[in-house]
Design a protein around this ligand. Structure first.
Ligand code: ZN
Length: 136
């Protein structure tokens, strides 16, 4: 059954990011890491520190801190629930920032720097998204 909202791969076929989505299906969060300077980032096609393309996908710890967020009350599609959606930017412990959703945050006093952890939300068959929840 379709959820009625774009799924990974719906917008543009992207073979480069396919390992990331495959890993999400296995409950693993990946980031790119430079094999020369060990800088981690997501997403990028080359090292952001010096432009080299000697990079590979590696598992991330799945933890980080809340960098910023907004609470969306408008229901833009039938596929969204009636609950407000927390759209967030998480700074992963490895360094990259990831646009995501924050879940299980109702009643939580959100604050910049709040520790968070990844959880994997299945939104459709074969479509698993990394979202985050506060680490209490
Ligand atoms: Zn590098």
């Amino acid at each position: 059954m379709s959820v009625g909202r774009p799924l990974p791969g719906d917008v543009v076929e992207d073979a480069i990011d396919q390992p990331f989505w495959d890993a999400c299906n296995d409950g693993v969060l990946l980031v790119y890491r430079c094999n020369i300077c060990a800088t981690s980032y997501w997403p990028a096609g080359s090292c952001t520190a010096h432009g080299m393309r000697d990079i590979e996908w590696v598992p991330a710890a799945g933890t980080g801190h809340l960098h910023t967020w907004t609470v969306v009350h408008q229901k833009y599609s039938k596929s969204f629930t009636d609950k407000p959606t927390v759209v967030a930017v998480v700074k992963l412990d490895e360094g990259p920032m990831l646009h995501t959703n924050l879940i299980d945050a109702e009643g939580t006093n959100l604050r910049v720097g709040m520790p968070v952890e990844v959880v994997f939300e299945t939104i459709d068959e074969g479509a698993v998204l990394p979202v985050f929840r506060p680490l209490l």
